[in-house]
Every structure is written in C-alpha cells, then in structure tokens.
Design a protein around this ligand. Structure first.
Ligand code: FES
Ligand SMILES: [Fe+2]
Length: 375
C-alpha cells in the first residue's frame, strides 16, 4: 500500500520546488562565487550562475564587483568565457563600461541622448559583494544580515584559512545527476564511509576512530555546521618528528575539519596544511555541478626534506580527492534514482546524520519565509 502522495520528497524532484528555491533561498542569501586571489589584477573576472542568472565577478581597479552579465543596450552577454581578463566591453555593438558598470563608451552615441544625459541610470545591474578573507560571496537581493553576521563562526575560519593559502594545486569540475541537496547531504555524514569509501577514506590511518574524537558542531539555526575529527595520537607523534623539516604554516590544528557554509559551500582541511574548497551549484532539479579546488599553504622555514614530504602528501591528496568524488557521485546518483520512486520521507540517524537534519531545518526555514511579490 502506498502512502499519500504528500509524503513524496518533492523538494528533491519537483521543478516547481527548484524554482522556489531560487527565489526563497539562493537569491536571498550570501552565495560563494570564487576566490579573490584568483582575480588579483584589474579586469580579471569569473562568471558564475546564481538562481539561473549569469553573473560576472570582476576586479574593477582593485574593487571586486558583481554585475549581471547582460549589456544595458540590447542585453547581449558581455563576457563569454568562464573566466579571463577583459574590460567590460559588449561584443555586439561595442558599448564599454567603466569600473562601476556605467556605460561610458557608446559608438554613435548621438543616437542615445537619454543614455548620454544620464549614463548612471543605465549602468549594468549590480549586486552586493562581500569577502571573508579570499572567499567572495554575492547576494542578489539586498537586505538581511551582512556577510560576517551571516557566516557566524565560519567567518573566522575562512579568514584564517585564507591567511596561508598558496597555490591552487588541483581544480576540477564534475556533474552529478542528482539534486544538489542529495549531494550536500551526502557530504554531511560519515555514516556511508565504511560502505562507499572502504578503500579510500576507510583506509586512512591519520584520523582517530574513537567516537569521542569525532564531534559535530551545530552552532545556530543558520544551517552552517562543522565536524571535527581529532588526529590519531600515533600519527601526531610521527608528524611531530618531522615538524622541523616541515616548517610552520599560519593556521595549524591537530584535527580534520569539515565545514558546511550554508547552503552550498564546503571547506575541509586536515591540520591546516591544505584546504579543499567545494561548491555545489544546482544546474537543474536533477543536476548539480561540483567545483573542487585544493589549495596548498605557505610554509615558513621548510627544508628540502619537508618539501619532499609535502609534495608526496599533496600528490596523494589530489589522486585521493578525485577517487572519493567518483565514489560519492555513484551513490548520489543511485539515491536520486530511488528518490524518484519514493513515496515516504527518508529516515535520519539520531547522531550520525544530525548535520543533515540541521541543514534541512535551515532549508525549510528559508523555503517557508514569504518572499514579496515584487521580486
Ligand atoms: S547589445 Fe551590447 S552593445 Fe548592443
Ligand atoms: Fe562520501
């Protein structure tokens, strides 16, 4: 006997719910869009997509700004490549814009007396931008807390993590045939590790397996949460013996940390010697693009032996991350196939899956908050 249709987990599969998420959640909160150290020079830019809208995040003479990627004239895309270095010039009729997005170079400008008389009125549509260290966030609809208050505990973490970032050692993008929440929820629990990552994460000896050394933190109802897994004592002892060779880095700790910055950014690190930054972009109700970066950090007073150890650690990290991604991709896709047929809600473990419940609570809250009709 099947349960009433209302028990179907619609928010994973319904195009209407997906649309509602864009207006209720993604347009109204701070969304991670990229790293400031990746657009250091004037006119460096990256393109991103928030709530189905194409956004340019550009270094405008030292200030990072976000614009709608649509020309004020007849709305052509201004930048076509996903990233690069290029002034704000429209490829269609050649309108050019200054650092504030105001059209200042208009071919045959006598034809546009209104624009020439009041160019600021015809500036590119601009959005709020704020940074926590190198992490850039954009909010499409103004109002609500500033970035620092929104991030809470995570603000300090992102600022500290940014302090030592060195090289983007590995970057890849993968598409998963599943709703974005399935992918995030998979990242929020370690319950599946024994089954899915037996040969990869399950084989790691660096982390303590004692229950009391793995602690979830759910600091507020903002949806952000983090998990700390203490390093194994034996491993720490070994690590300390190499301390002289390895040198010092600015944000050092003795555990693995997995941070979710609600709704769709995760930053993880073991001991602070590298940072894995992943964001999960909803492309469609059943498709998510995961963008992954692994950063090394600057080490002071590292000798040749330390360099060689770190090279090995980083090389392994790169291989490992891609393998783990493939393993997670498979189970997320299997889950999404099952969700299509499900006619009742999922069951969440009391402790092992409580970060998922916390995430879902914040998601529900955003979805239940009314949005003015004018938006
Ligand atoms: S559409 Fe951009 S200059 Fe015409
Ligand atoms: Fe996993």
């Amino acid at each position: 006997m099947s349960l009433p249709a209302s028990n179907k987990p619609l928010h994973y599969v319904s195009p209407e719910e997906f649309k509602k998420e864009q207006s209720h959640l993604f347009s109204r909160t701070w969304i991670f869009v990229g790293m400031a150290n990746e657009i250091p020079d004037a006119n460096d830019y990256v393109r991103t997509n928030i709530s189905g809208r194409d956004i340019i995040v550009q270094n405008c003479g030292g200030t990072i700004r976000a614009f709608l990627n649509a020309c004020s004239h007849r709305h052509a895309r201004i930048h076509e490549a996903p990233c690069g270095n290029r002034k704000l010039i429209c490829p269609y009729h050649g309108w050019s814009y200054d650092d504030k997005g105001v059209p200042t170079g208009i071919p045959a400008k006598d034809n546009f007396p209104d624009v020439c008389a009041n160019p600021t009125q015809f500036a590119l549509r601009q959005f709020e931008v704020a940074q926590a260290g190198h992490f850039i966030f954009v909010r499409l609809v103004p109002g609500g807390p500033d970035l620092k208050s929104h991030l809470g505990h995570a603000h300090e973490f992102l600022v500290n993590a940014s302090a030592g970032l060195n090289r983007n050692m590995d970057e890849f993008q993968g598409t998963i045939a599943a709703n974005w929440k399935v992918v995030i929820e998979n990242a929020l629990e370690g319950y599946h590790v024994g089954m899915v990552h037996r040969a990869t994460l399950g084989a790691i000896r660096q982390l303590s397996a004692r229950k009391q050394d793995i602690v979830d933190h759910l600091p507020s109802d903002s949806g952000h949460s983090y998990m700390i897994n203490r390093a194994n004592e034996e491993w720490l002892g070994k690590w300390r013996r190499y301390e002289r060779a390895l040198g010092r880095w600015p944000f050092k700790f003795d555990h693995y940390v997995h941070q979710l910055i609600f709704p769709n950014l995760t930053v993880t690190s073991f001991m602070g010697y590298s940072f894995h930054i992943q964001h999960f972009q909803p492309d469609a109700v059943g498709r998510t693009t995961v963008r992954s970066r692994i950063y090394s950090v600057h080490c002071e007073d590292q000798n040749a032996k330390g360099e060689s150890i770190m090279r090995t650690v980083y090389d392994e990290g790169r291989r490992f991350t891609r393998k783990v991604f493939g393993e997670d991709q498979r189970v997320c896709e299997l889950t999404y196939l099952g969700i299509q047929d499900a006619d009742r809600p999922a069951i969440l473990a009391d402790h092992l899956e409580k970060r998922i419940a916390h995430f879902q609570q914040a998601y529900r809250k955003a979805m239940d908050t009314p949005v003015p009709d004018t938006e």
